[in-house]
Write a protein that binds this ligand. Structure first.
Ligand SMILES: Cc1cc2nc3c(=O)[nH]c(=O)nc-3n(C[C@H](O)[C@H](O)[C@H](O)COP(=O)(O)O)c2cc1C
Length: 417
C-alpha cells in the first residue's frame, strides 16, 4: 500500500493509504469491491499532532520519515497522538510508532483510555478529553474535542481544528472506495462524487447502520460547529461542500424509521427453479410502476451488497422455498443480518414454493417478530411445486401493489435534508 500526502488546508495534511479493491474483507466480513482509503491527519501549530493512525504504514520508520519530509515535519517531532477511535484500522499503527519514539502524549476519550491498555498495553502519558475540552498547539491553532459515542464504538470522539474549521470525525461521514491522487470533493467530477455517494451508502449500511441514533446525535453536535471542511478516517475530504456528506448521512440515518428511496430490493433463492419462475414476472411488475429494483440471488450475492441495496429500499421482496421445515437457509442468514443492521419499517412481500408441509413462512414470521422489524407485509403467495398461472398472476399483482405503496410512502415522507 503506497501512502499519499496532500495538504487539506494551511497547516493540515492528509496522509492516506488505500486497501485495493477486494484485497481484504473489511471487518473480516464485508467485501470492498472498490477498495477503501484509510486517512490520518497531521496538524501543525508550534506543536504537531497526528490525528488517527497511518494504517497501511509498513512499520519501517524510514517510510514514515519520507512521508513526513514532504510536510516539512520530522516524525520524531510529533508531540501529540490523537486517537479518535480505537478500532485497529485506525489505531493499529501505534505499536510500530512506538519504535520511533515512546514519549509522545496520547489524547483520547475517557472510554478510550482502557482500550489503549487492552489493545496496546499503553498506560503512560495518556490524557483523556471530553466534549468541550481543547488542546492548544500554539500559533493560533486550538483543537477542540467532542464525544460522538457509538459512531462507531462507544469511545469515539471527533477532533475539530478551530482555526480552519476542519472536522476530523474518524468513522463518521466516511465512505468506501480507494482514492487516487485527488482526494478532495473540489477536485472531482459529478460522476466521481456520485461514485463516492454510493460508496458512502455501502459504508453506512455495512459498518454504521446499527447505530442510527448515535449518528443522529453526532450530526446534531456537528451542526453546532462552524465546520468548513470534513476530513473523515475513510473516503474523500469534503471542503467545497462539507454539508453534503452530513446531509447524506442524515438521510441514511433516517432510513431506520422513515421510508427510504423509491426502490425495492428483491432477494431470492431457489433449489430447483420453482420459486425462480416467479421472480421475473414480479420484477417486471415493479419496474412497470417506474420503481427501481435491485435483485440479489442468495447465497451468491454478498451480504454487503444486499445490505447496501436494502438500506435505500423502501420495499423488500423475498422469494424463497421451504427447506427442512424452515426458510431456505441463506435467506434466513440474510434477513437475520438485515434486521440486526436495523433495516426496519419496510413494505414487504414474500412468495415461494414448498413440497408437502411448508414451514418457511412460520420461521419468517418468528424472525420478524423476534427482531421487531416493523415490516408491513402484503399477503404471502405460496405454491406447491411449480407456480400455476394464477400464482404468477397473483405475484404480479402483489408486485404492482407493493410498488404503488412504496411510491406513496416516499411521496408522503417528511423531508430530511
Ligand atoms: C433439501 C430439501 C428439503 C426440503 N424440505 C421441505 C420441507 O421441509 N417441507 C416442504 O414442504 N418441502 C420441502 N422441500 C421441498 C421444496 O420446498 C420444493 O421442492 C420446492 O419446490 C423447492 O422450490 P425451489 O425449486 O424454488 O427451491 C425440500 C426440498 C429439499 C431439496
Amino acid at each position: 500500500m503506497g501512502m499519499n500526502v496532500t495538504e487539506v488546508t494551511d497547516g493540515i495534511f492528509r496522509l492516506s493509504a488505500n486497501a485495493e479493491p477486494n484485497s481484504l474483507l473489511f471487518e473480516g466480513i464485508w467485501p470492498i469491491p472498490n477498495g477503501v482509503s484509510m486517512n490520518s491527519y497531521i496538524v501543525k501549530g508550534e506543536k504537531v499532532a497526528i490525528v488517527d493512525g497511518v494504517c497501511g504504514w509498513d512499520g519501517v520508520p524510514e517510510t514514515l520519515f519520507e512521508q513526513f519530509d514532504q510536510m516539512g515535519i520530522k516524525a520524531e517531532d510529533i508531540d501529540y497522538v490523537i486517537v479518535n477511535h480505537h478500532e485497529p484500522d485506525h489505531s493499529g499503527w501505534l505499536e510500530d510508532f512506538k519504535k520511533i519514539r515512546d514519549d509522545f502524549q496520547i489524547i483520547t476519550s475517557v472510554k478510550g483510555e482502557p482500550l489503549l491498555e487492552a489493545f496496546y498495553e499503553i498506560t503512560n502519558d495518556v490524557r483523556t478529553v471530553k466534549t468541550g475540552d481543547s488542546l492548544d498547539l500554539g500559533d493560533g491553532r486550538v483543537l477542540a474535542f467532542a464525544d460522538i459515542p457509538n459512531v462507531h464504538w462507544p469511545e469515539t470522539m471527533a477532533t475539530f481544528d478551530t482555526k480552519s474549521g476542519t472536522l476530523m470525525p474518524c468513522d463518521a461521514f466516511g465512505s468506501f472506495g480507494a482514492i487516487s491522487d485527488a482526494p478532495y470533493d473540489d477536485q472531482l467530477s459529478r460522476e466521481e462524487i456520485d461514485f463516492f455517494e454510493h460508496e458512502a451508502v455501502r459504508y453506512y449500511s455495512n459498518i454504521v447502520a446499527a447505530f442510527c441514533l448515535p449518528v443522529k446525535k453526532a450530526i446534531k453536535a456537528v451542526e453546532e460547529l462552524p465546520v468548513k471542511i470534513i476530513a473523515p478516517g475513510h473516503g474523500i475530504v469534503w471542503r467545497k461542500d462539507p454539508w453534503k456528506i452530513v446531509n447524506d448521512y442524515k438521510r441514511y440515518a433516517s432510513y431506520d424509521k422513515n421510508p427510504a428511496k423509491e426502490e425495492v430490493t428483491v432477494l431470492w433463492g431457489s433449489m430447483y427453479g420453482m420459486t425462480e419462475k416467479a421472480v421475473k414476472p414480479l420484477v417486471e411488475a415493479i419496474e412497470a410502476e417506474g420503481v427501481k429494483v435491485h435483485v440479489h440471488r442468495l447465497p451468491e450475492s454478498p451480504l454487503g451488497d444486499v445490505l447496501t441495496s436494502a438500506w435505500t429500499s423502501t420495499g423488500i421482496v423475498m422469494g424463497m422455498p421451504t427447506y427442512e421445515y424452515k426458510m431456505f437457509p441463506p435467506m434466513f442468514a440474510a434477513l437475520d443480518e438485515l434486521a440486526k443492521k436495523k433495516v426496519k419499517n419496510r413494505k414487504a412481500f414474500r412468495f415461494g414454493s414448498y413440497g408437502w408441509s411448508g414451514g418457511a413462512q412460520k420461521e419468517l414470521d418468528e424472525l420478524m417478530a423476534k427482531h421487531k422489524t416493523g415490516w408491513d407485509f402484503l399477503e404471502t403467495v405460496e405454491f406447491k411445486g411449480a407456480p400455476g398461472k394464477e400464482d404468477i398472476e397473483l405475484i404480479r399483482q402483489r408486485g404492482t401493489e407493493l410498488a404503488r405503496e412504496v411510491k406513496r410512502m416516499v411521496a408522503e415522507a417528511p423531508a430530511i435534508a
